[in-house]
Design a protein. Structure first.
Lengths: 303, 386
């Protein structure tokens, strides 16, 4: 049980990184980005390209810390893949979403466009890397530590949690302390009011895409480290992401963090009684309960 | 001319004439256009080599099923503005319900290998009725849960139900034979091509149909499905032009205004969502007639949710003619590119080409949203559509 909670926290921190992007985009751009899971996939595969193709060519040292997947290649790949994914998201916004926005298209149309974008991105990954499941470091032995209370934990999983924690803390500082972060929160609260007070909302939108996609990319990489990469991996995350964002009140990044952790823990604990294959359905079940009991989410006062 | 070709010719001439007649602005134009279209398609079938006719029937059946799905989606999206991305779920649940209602419970040795929740062995109309009920109830539950909330919550819930249903059907053996396909689904009116034919047929029809054997069943099915599409189209068209349909369009255009006029927006949305889902369920039931085994892997969201959306948006959402036309147009392009890539692309790039085509469909959807959101056949406004 304790072991499952620990696994749930680690899995939940991956969900949370993705859900923060979903909730920021939901709050600031006002639509449900169904391509967000696929942005996770993009990040994971970009990192794969760096780790397996580019870095060996450049002669980046390959050794890793102890029994972990982390070494220079992956540490360098994290920011590079995050930046690359951010550029992909910003490009999608400039080419697809901005023209629709300027036409004052309804949020549903934007959501539909995001579905199309998700399709384009996913199939590009299929074309380039093929449908097989891939490991970052094939054949790597990653022994687990035996911790008290019967908890087995791989060093990788601890690092995943630490990376997620560092990112969330920096996001917190960014949103609370910087001018841009405050502008983002203001735009999420009320876009019209934000524009009247002189906030450049178009710039805020670009940053939103960048931050959301960057976090999604890192979530994708961390998931890839913990499990495997395959082109549909991000699509499979879509339900947990949206369940976490709605559970933690749409537009509230800290709520998404809490929502992600709750969904992660519930999904892992459900394996005590349920076939593990049902984990996405468990996220959906949580979502249904939230919609029935408290559709505004845990932290929502307004509807 | 052999009988099979005549059946295919009849179905294709009706479909072809019908599709061409959509471009007539008024009734005065649509009749001559129908005749021209029917003549062109009929001539094509009459003159084509027999192998081509055989080659055409299966994709034509799929196109008709897609057209029904597209009409169902048009009730939800085009008329009411409800964003359903779980089309595959309603389609699949209709198919499985109908399959289990029409097929018998396996006995003897087969019972060891084929597990299913029930098997009633009832005639096909009972299967269609069951598909309508089950997909309607599923839609009712989702609608009651989400249609009061923000509009995109419906979309998320429909993705959720589609993925969850997939997991259930793929993991629960007792329900519908789990990950293995469910075999032995009876085909409606299959006895027409059997020897001896159905006992209830009048004598002259027995003689007329005598040359057909079981390989020619597809031609009968195409005629049957064409008839089903036409019936569904006219029913839904009738509904669209009723006062009820006008309320739906009012809700789509301006929810607050519709509510001000005393319309119960929530209730109308639920009704429209359920009606659309029932049409999708019927499509599922009809789909079982074209395959003899089904498994949930067939109902992939790529082919049965996303492609249907592209069909409706390309054809023209809000217009049932557009929904039908879009289904046929996109399916023709889809099959055409399959054929071309089979012929032209070297063997080692086959898998890539498969994904390139899906990617282009994604681009097409966004291009439609950006450059022609009203579709090929825009919604007809006012009374000229009558």
């Amino acid at each position: 049980m304790l072991e499952l909670i620990v696994y749930g926290i680690i899995y939940g921190s991956i969900i949370a990184l993705g859900a923060i992007g979903v909730t920021l985009i939901y709050g600031i751009l006002r639509f449900a980005n169904f391509a967000h899971g696929d942005l996770m996939t993009v990040g994971a595969y970009l990192a794969l390209f760096f780790v397996q193709v580019l870095f060996p060519m450049l002669g980046v040292p390959q050794e890793r810390f102890g029994g972990t997947s982390f070494g220079w290649p992956l540490i360098l790949a994290l920011p590079l893949a995050a930046g690359g994914t951010a550029l992909v998201a910003i490009a999608l916004d400039q080419f697809f979403y901005r023209p629709l926005r300027q036409r004052r298209a309804s949020p549903v149309i934007l959501a539909m466009a995001s579905l199309g974008a998700a399709f384009i991105v996913r199939n590009l990954i299929y074309i380039i890397w093929g449908p097989d499941k891939i490991n970052y470091f094939p054949g790597l032995v990653r022994p687990a530590w035996q911790l008290p209370f019967d908890v087995r934990l791989r060093p990788d999983e601890l690092i995943i949690f630490v990376v997620a924690l560092v990112l969330v803390v920096s996001l917190y500082l960014f949103l609370q302390k910087t001018k841009l972060g405050k502008a983002m929160r203001a735009t999420a609260d009320n876009p019209d009011l934000a524009r009247i007070t002189g906030i450049n909302t178009e710039r805020v939108r670009i940053w939103t895409w960048g931050i959301g996609a960057g976090l999604a990319a890192i979530a994708g990489i961390l998931y890839g480290v913990n499990a495997l990469l395959y082109p549909e991996m991000g699509w499979g995350f879509l339900l947990p992401l949206f369940a976490a964002a709605i559970l933690g009140t749409v537009g509230n990044p800290y709520g998404a963090l809490a929502g992600g952790l709750i969904i992660g823990i519930v999904q892992r604990i459900s394996t005590l009684w349920l076939n593990p294959a049902y984990q996405p359905a468990v996220a959906f079940l949580v979502l249904i309960v939230v919609l029935l009991v408290r559709p505004q989410g845990l932290f929502g006062g307004r509807s | 001319m052999e009988l099979k070709r005549m059946l295919v010719l009849a179905a294709m001439a009706i479909l072809g004439g019908w599709l061409v007649s959509f471009f007539g602005r008024s009734r005065r134009w649509s009749v001559p256009l129908f005749v021209v279209g029917a003549a062109l398609f009929g001539m094509g079938i009459a003159l084509a080599p027999a192998a081509w006719v055989d080659y055409l029937v299966t994709p034509a059946i799929a196109a008709v099923i897609y057209a029904i799905l597209s009409v169902g989606l048009n009730v939800q999206w085009g008329m009411t503005g409800l964003f359903n991305i779980g089309i595959a779920a309603f389609f699949a649940i209709g198919a499985f319900t109908s399959a289990m209602i029409t097929k018998e419970m396996p006995t003897g040795l087969a019972a060891e290998y084929i597990k299913q929740l029930f098997g009633w062995g009832l005639p096909f109309p009972a299967g269609i009725a069951g598909a309508i009920v089950v997909s309607g109830v599923l839609a009712l539950l989702i609608g009651l849960l989400t249609l009061r909330l923000r509009e995109d919550y419906l979309a998320i819930a429909t993705i959720g139900i589609a993925e969850s249903l997939r997991l259930v059907f793929q993991n629960e053996r007792w329900l519908a034979n789990g990950p293995q396909p469910l075999p032995g689904i009876p085909k409606p009116l299959f006895c027409l091509v059997e020897d001896p034919p159905c006992a209830w047929l009048p004598g002259f029809l027995k003689e007329w149909l005598a040359p057909l054997d079981s390989r020619d069943y597809d031609a009968i099915l195409l005629v049957l499905l064409t008839a089903a599409l036409v019936v569904i189209f006219f029913l839904v068209q009738r509904v669209a032009h009723s006062p009820w349909g006008r309320v739906l369009r009012a809700i789509r255009e301006d929810e607050a205004a519709a509510a001000m006029c005393g319309k119960n927006v929530f209730s109308f949305k639920v009704q429209a969502f359920v009606l659309g889902a029932c049409v999708m369920g019927v499509a599922g039931a009809l789909f079982t007639a074209s395959v003899s085994t089904i498994d949930f892997g067939l109902f992939h969201p790529m082919s049965y949710t996303f492609l249907v959306w592209v069909m409706l948006m390309a054809g023209g959402s809000g217009n049932h003619k557009g929904a039908v036309f879009g289904a046929f147009a996109i399916w023709t392009i889809w099959m055409g590119t399959t054929f071309l890539s089979d012929q032209l692309v070297p063997f080692q790039f086959k898998t890539q080409v498969f994904y390139v085509r899906y990617m282009l469909v994604g681009l097409l959807l966004i291009a439609i949203l950006l450059f022609r959101p009203q579709g090929i056949l825009p919604e007809e406004k006012g009374e000229q559509s009558k």
